[in-house]
Every structure is written in C-alpha cells, then in structure tokens.
Design a protein around this ligand. Structure first.
Ligand code: CU
Length: 178
C-alpha cells in the first residue's frame, strides 16, 4: 500500500514540476518590464518559503511520532530476546530461529565477509526492518512480530554474484502456539 501511495505521490509532484517548467518556459518568451515582475516574485518567494516551512514542519511532526524505532528499542531492551545475525556470501546465519508473535526481538547484525544489507520482510513482502550488515561492526534492529507466518530476510546490498540467493525464511509462530 505505501509503495503505491509513494508512486502516485511521485507522479503527482513530477506533474506539478513539469507544469511549473512549462509555465516558466511560456512566460519567458514574452517581453515584459522586469521591475514589477521582480517585485511580484519576491512576494511570492516569501509566501512560498513560509508555506514550505509550515508544510514541512507539519509533515515532520506527524510522521516523526509514527517512527517505531524508539519504542521498539525500549521494548527489546526490557524483555526482548537477542538474536545474533551473521550475513555471509551467500546466506544468513541466526543464533536462534524460534520466533513468536508479540515477543520483542533484537537482531544484532554483522557480517563475516563483505557488507550486506539485512532486510526483514513480512508475509506480504513488505519491508518492516532493515540495517546494514558490516564486517567487524554490529548493528542492532528491534522488532515485535505482530502476526504469524513466514517472514523473509533478504540481502539489500549488492554483494557479488550470489546476492539474489541470500534469502532466509523465518517462521513466526502464533502466540501460545507450538
Ligand atoms: Cu549480501
């Protein structure tokens, strides 16, 4: 769903930009006195700037509060389980592969060889968590699975010929189920 929203929003804004360019192109062919146009332009610029600040401020305030990272980290620190993840050409190794709905999990991600990208996809193949898998570094990413099913870990960083086979299925069991 988010992908299609992003897609249509992008199309819409590209269209707006194209419209603005064609307007500017059309206007540039007319000969007019420069002074009044400049004055008008400065006025528009002020409103444009303030409008932009207002819109961006509003969008940031709304979207930042929806970022799950902080909550997820706090949850995982309290009672989450730690799973060490090692990426290598061309597979993923997990220290624990038992996952249950509702249990906060902290993935500690590193790499044995080159840089990989740890991408966790839900049952609808939507990306729900990601971090870099880098040799000699450990990056943590926390998540609480909210529905059972088969999730996938995919490599998000091109790491040579076998990159596309770096896929691992992980099965998340329902709460209380076996
Ligand atoms: Cu890789």
């Amino acid at each position: 769903m988010y992908q299609s929203i992003a897609w249509y929003a992008t199309l819409f804004f590209v269209f707006l930009i194209a419209l603005a360019f064609s307007f500017v192109y059309g206007e540039s062919r007319k000969l007019k006195e420069y002074g009044p146009i400049q004055e008008k332009g400065y006025k528009i610029r002020k409103f444009y700037f303030l409008g932009l600040v207002a819109i961006m401020g509003f969008a940031s305030a709304i979207s930042l509060s929806k970022l799950p990272y902080h909550n997820q980290h706090a949850l995982a620190k309290e009672n989450g389980k730690i799973v060490d993840v090692t990426g290598m050409q061309f597979s993923w190794q997990l220290s624990d592969e038992n996952f249950t709905v509702g249990e906060p999990v902290q993935f500690r991600v590193t790499s044995k060889d080159v840089t990989h990208g740890f991408g966790l996809y839900d049952t609808n193949m939507e990306l729900i968590a990601q971090t870099q898998a880098m040799p000699e570094y450990t990056n943590t990413v926390s998540i609480t699975f909210d529905k059972p099913g088969t999730y996938k870990i995919l490599c998000l960083e091109y790491c040579s010929a076998g990159h596309h086979v770096m896929i691992k299925d992980i099965v998340v069991k329902p709460k209380g189920g076996k």
